[in-house]
Design a binder for this molecule. Structure first.
Ligand SMILES: NC(=O)c1ccc[n+]([C@@H]2O[C@H](COP(=O)([O-])OP(=O)(O)OC[C@H]3O[C@@H](n4cnc5c(N)ncnc54)[C@H](O)[C@@H]3O)[C@@H](O)[C@H]2O)c1
Length: 561
């Protein structure tokens, strides 16, 4: 038996890029605290110390931030793997590694073979505090923006199965570096020898099943407007201006670098096919592409079957599903359809009849693509954003009011900001109730009871979905007002906002009996009474299935004349 000659001090992944075996940071401003721990341990044992981050920076001749900027996480991980290999091949070395070092099985093998691997654990709040007090949050490429605490939490959760493989764990929250070092040295002296004799240890550490399971995030790009976290997987929703150009890198970050199959509508592909193909080529991601005619008619079993035929011809493997990436180019797609995992096709008898839940791995919304979206589609999409603003307690509503003019002109900053805020609301709701089981996700149906009936009664030809939703939320607002839940001022405010975004708040010439029949049919199909999403105030949705018929008729009478 070879005695352990290296201590890899593993820590929770406070760093944004990835996690794994490595470091611990505390209120140490001049040098990393995990390095401080490693150097105290090295002093105690009379060993050398190697810091793999330092080795990476020396080898590249630039900072970690610059390495990420120039070559992405991939480059950093490659350099890190070399550094780990070199550091762990020495004798009597305490190796301080990075948080994501354990993501690669080859690194785990190098660290574990003949070594004693220690995880320096801390709560997310502690990690953030230590980073902030060292001013180091800004050094971490993927913590530099957004919400660092939730990023730390997500990374930690995603990598916990790897930390669990370490030989020893020290909970560092309440300890000084000196105390941690004493604990590491004690564990090394008392238990390392017996642990290293465990015949299953090395196999477990290097088992490929221990790789990060699909659907867990280890990279959170800075353009993430939000993270969706569901049982079906967790994924970032990126929203920004000009993101298509970096699509290849974002796919690579997500671990998608093998054959990519692009499915697009012809009109969208005409505008953006070249750019997307260029981006994938640039990142050396192989791809092919299939286009379908634009519009709802393609959302059919027939088209799905044609796509499967094409995938089979391309020898695509999809027997157990494929990693799915949504790249929405309509406003409705960005703020609504691409988020939340509801997928489906239409049946001749009803829309979205054949459906499932299937969460994507990544959503990339390039707001600049809205330039070519037909204006009516653009305005229509704002109805869902306004709906989000009405059901969520936050600053989206005043933001939409204040910035309506530049947003209508698609000015970059306010439009992107409004879309990011709207995405965050949808992401939060679907994360709380992925399968529409607790009622929370149902609140997204504010305005939709009547909207669906209007669309159905007019043969899905007169109104775009958002336009019907605008009329629908006016009716739901009126019902809320009539039941004494919502103030007339709030209803007026909603109406002014819808009108400002050039959305209809009422419609003429619609056969009301057909609308009511469509609502009744809905009720019959679901076997339940009509469940209205109403507001008890802005940002306070409530579900009601006891709304008197005459109240509904009165509200419908106000919006359909
Ligand atoms: N899964 C969900 O949770 C969910 C939620 C809401 C809506 N939906 C579904 O989404 C669909 C509607 O989505 P949609 O509004 O994106 O429809 P769509 O994909 O049909 O796009 C609308 C039109 O705009 C064009 N277009 C889109 N982006 C463009 C761009 N950037 N430049 C030029 N033209 C562009 C398309 O070619 C099409 O003609 C419906 O089938 C609806 O049922 C799903």
């Amino acid at each position: 038996m070879r005695m352990a000659s290296t201590v890899s001090s593993a820590s929770v992944n406070y760093n944004d890029r990835s996690a794994g075996w490595r470091r611990w940071s505390a209120g140490c401003t001049k040098r990393r605290v995990e390095t401080a721990v490693a150097s105290i341990v090295a002093g105690t044992l009379g060993w050398e110390i190697a810091d793999t981050d330092d080795m990476v920076q020396r080898a590249a001749g630039k900072s970690i931030l610059e390495i990420f900027r120039d070559g992405g996480e991939q480059l950093f991980r490659d350099l890190e793997a070399e550094a780990i290999h070199t550091a762990c091949s020495g004798e009597h070395v305490v190796v301080s590694t990075g948080g994501g070092a354990g993501l690669r099985a080859e690194n785990r093998r190098a660290m574990a073979d003949g070594d004693f691997v220690v995880c320096l654990e801390a709560r997310p709040e502690t990690i953030l505090r230590r980073l902030s007090s060292g001013g180091r949050a800004l050094d971490r490429p993927l913590l530099a923006s957004g919400d660092p605490l939730s990023r730390i939490r997500i990374l930690k959760e995603a990598r916990q199965h790897l930390y669990a493989l370490c030989d020893w764990t020290v909970h560092t929250d309440a300890l000084t570096p000196k105390q941690v070092a004493a604990e590491v040295a004690r564990a090394y002296e008392e238990v390392a020898a017996s642990i290293s004799m465990d015949p299953d240890r090395l196999g477990a550490l290097t088992d490929s099943d221990a790789e990060t399971p699909p659907g867990t995030l280890h990279v959170i790009p800075k353009e993430a407007a939000s993270i969706v976290r569901t049982a079906g997987g967790e994924y970032p929703v990126l929203a920004g201006w000009g993101l298509l150009g970096a699509l290849g890198e974002r796919l690579r970050d997500t671990g998608i670098a093998r054959q990519v199959h692009i499915v697009s509508d012809e009109a969208v592909f005409h505008h953006y096919g070249d750019e997307v193909e260029g981006a994938l080529r640039g990142a050396e991601v192989p791809f092919d592409a299939y286009t379908v005619p634009p519009g709802e008619a393609s959302k059919s079993l027939g088209t799905a079957s044609e796509i499967y035929d094409w995938l089979v011809e391309r020898k695509a493997e999809f027997a157990r599903g494929v990693p799915l990436v949504h790249v929405p180019t309509s406003l409705l797609g960005m703020v609504d359809a691409a988020i939340g995992g509801k997928v489906g096709v239409n049946h001749p008898r009803a829309k979205n009849m054949i459906g499932a839940f299937y969460q994507p791995r990544l959503v990339v919304a390039d707001v600049a693509t809205l330039w070519t979206l037909p204006p009516r589609e653009y305005f229509s999409g704002w109805a869902e954003v306004i709906k989000h603003a009405m059901i969520a307690d936050g600053d989206l509503l005043p933001f939409l009011e204040e910035h309506r003019k530049p947003i209508l002109k698609l000015e970059r900053e306010p439009t992107t900001e409004a879309i990011r805020k709207s995405i965050a609301i949808k992401a939060r709701v679907v994360s709380a109730d992925e399968r529409e089981e607790t009622g929370e996700r149902t609140t997204l149906n504010y305005g939709h009871t009547l909207a669906h009936a209007i669309e159905s009664a007019t043969g899905y030809s007169r109104f775009l979905h958002g336009e019907a939703v605008a009329i629908g939320i006016m009716a739901a607002g009126r019902i809320s007002e009539r039941l004494g839940l919502l103030s007339p001022d709030a209803v007026e405010r909603q109406q002014r906002l819808l009108e400002a975004y050039r959305l209809p708040v009422r419609a003429e010439g619609i056969d009301r009996s057909r609308v009511e029949a469509a609502m009744a049919l809905d009720k019959k199909v679901s076997g339940k009474s009509i469940r209205w999403v109403l507001l008890e105030g802005i940002g306070r949705p409530v579900l009601r299935d006891d709304v008197p018929k005459e109240v509904v008729e009165e509200a419908i009478g106000k919006v359909l004349r």
